[in-house]
Design a protein around this ligand. Structure first.
Ligand code: SAH
Ligand code: SF4
Ligand code: F3S
Length: 442
């Protein structure tokens, strides 16, 4: 089979980006393949798709239309579709776009090379969107981290079934990797030069991993063990769920300095009626109580969140409760989107009288409130000393390096290239709209 050049495209969340990088590892290992920069040159084209909102899903089908043209000038090219749209549509993708050769899901991505070979052997498109639990982790090649920051997947799927969301259907129920597997992978990454690990999962704090003794380790315990790894300097994670934010996890922030001073904790809305209709399983007060207790142990911790604006039936007054929550918590960053009805989810059947233009206006008000808050937080960092991970030379500015703070700010400062991939202390001297400026301190 001829599969020397691949072109991968990733949509959606960090989980998908991670999966995409694992597909590249697979294609390298099996076929000695290398990436190319356009689909026209590639022997294998893979779209790793997302269906969280309608726009993301539509993108896939318009991309597939273009790929059909490219394939005409490249006979034998394999077009593969993975990710959440693949998981949901399965066979439907081949029916709708018969030039697609392979369809695979988030849990069968390790079978991609086999599916490609089966396609060539049988002459028929191959579809495998089954959910073989955790099998993929045993079948993936060893990681080759690039740089000092790496992702590490600890759990998969979601069992929360929020009324608007496709993830439980596309990724399956929550399932955690055994604790030792996670620790071994973390040690391998650190041995390869990694200093910062971001733990990945749809709800990382729903982690319930088996221990060698046959017990179950929770997320707080996993963090404790990871913290013991020498050479690992920073631990991040995404995404966590308020319902699983236990007192033990809050306590971990008091004890484990390697945990970054930043949490991404999606709240979605500020109105209790909307939160209940979303089936989130907490009230605004309960959410604020988590934040208050976190700040009791980490006073300057930065909180990022996700919002959905314009959930079916959301009134102006209910939206204002979301705005108020933004003010009260002082979110440092937020990912906010207009509600997008997803076929097959309960919320898609709810009456939705609010117009799109009104929802758009609400979104803009919320985003501008969040921008103001983020700006104020940046200002408050002025003159502070931040421990940062140097990621590389700055994109602009001779002799400048670029680094990342705990709360995901980019800091540019003068320094030698030897500092790349190291942790250093920087004093913040300037605040710009999208970056900070600083100087090295001893
Ligand atoms: N498991 C995480 C979120 C994963 S999905 C959590 O619940 O905290 C990422 C974000 O996409 C969600 O937080 C939500 O804000 C957004 N999202 C999910 N479904 C959506 C929909 N139907 N319309 C608009 N935004 C949606
Ligand atoms: Fe979707 Fe809710 Fe699960 Fe998050 S917790 S992935 S929003 S169902
Ligand atoms: Fe999208 Fe699937 Fe992630 S729907 S956001 S790629 S879990």
């Amino acid at each position: 089979m001829h599969a020397k050049k691949f072109y991968l495209r990733s949509f959606g969340c960090q989980m998908n980006d991670y999966d995409t990088s694992r597909m590249a590892d697979l294609l390298r290992e099996r076929f000695g393949a290398e990436p190319v920069s356009t689909p026209e040159e590639a022997d294998v084209v893979v779209l790793n798709t997302c269906s969280i909102r309608e726009k993301a899903q539509e993108k896939v089908f318009s991309d597939l239309g273009r790929l059909r043209e490219a394939k005409k000038s490249h006979p034998g090219q394999i077009i593969a579709v993975g990710g959440c749209v693949a998981s949901q549509e399965g066979e439907g993708i081949v029916k709708r776009s018969p030039w697609v050769d392979v369809v695979f899901g988030p849990q069968t991505l390790h079978r991609l090379p086999d599916l490609m070979e089966a396609r060539v052997r049988t002459g028929r498109p191959q579809v495998d969107v089954s959910f073989p639990e955790l099998e993929k982790f045993d079948c993936l090649p060893k990681r080759q981290p690039e740089g000092a920051a790496a992702f590490l997947s600890i759990m998969e799927g979601c069992s929360k079934y929020c009324s608007y969301c496709v993830v439980p259907y596309t990724r399956g129920e929550e399932i955690s990797r055994p604790m030792v597997d996670v620790l071994v992978e973390a040690v391998q990454l650190v041995d390869a030069g990694v200093k910062e690990i971001t733990l990945l999962g749809q709800n990382v704090n729903a982690y319930r991993g088996q221990t060698p003794e046959g017990d179950t380790a929770d997320f707080a315990l996993l963090l404790e063990y990871l913290s013991e790894i020498e050479g690992l300097e920073r631990i991040r994670y995404t995404t966590s769920h308020p319902r699983e934010f236990t007192p033990r996890l809050i306590e971990a922030y008091a004890r484990l300095p390697k945990l970054v001073n930043h949490v991404h904790l999606p709240v979605q809305a500020g109105s209790d009626r909307i939160l209940a209709a979303m089936k989130r399983g907490y009230t605004a007060l309960e959410y604020k109580s988590i934040i208050r207790r976190l700040r009791a142990v980490r006073p300057d911790i930065s909180i990022a969140t996700d919002f959905i604006v314009g959930f079916p039936g959301e009134t102006e007054a209910e939206f204002e409760e979301t705005l108020r929550l933004q003010e009260e918590v002082g979110f440092d960053a937020s990912y906010s989107f207009i509600y997008s009805p997803r076929p097959g989810t309960p919320a898609a059947r709810l009456p939705d009288p609010v117009s799109y233009s009104e929802k758009l206006e609400r979104l803009q008000r919320l985003q501008s409130a969040n921008d103001q808050c983020a700006r104020a937080i940046s200002e408050s960092m002025l003159e502070s000393v931040q421990r940062v991970l140097v990621v590389g030379p700055a994109r602009r500015g001779e002799g400048l390096l670029s680094a990342r703070t705990d709360n995901n700010r980019i800091v540019n400062f003068p320094g030698p290239l030897e500092l790349v991939d190291r942790m250093v202390n920087v004093r913040i001297t300037d605040v710009y709209p999208h970056t900070l400026g600083g100087v090295l301190v001893e």
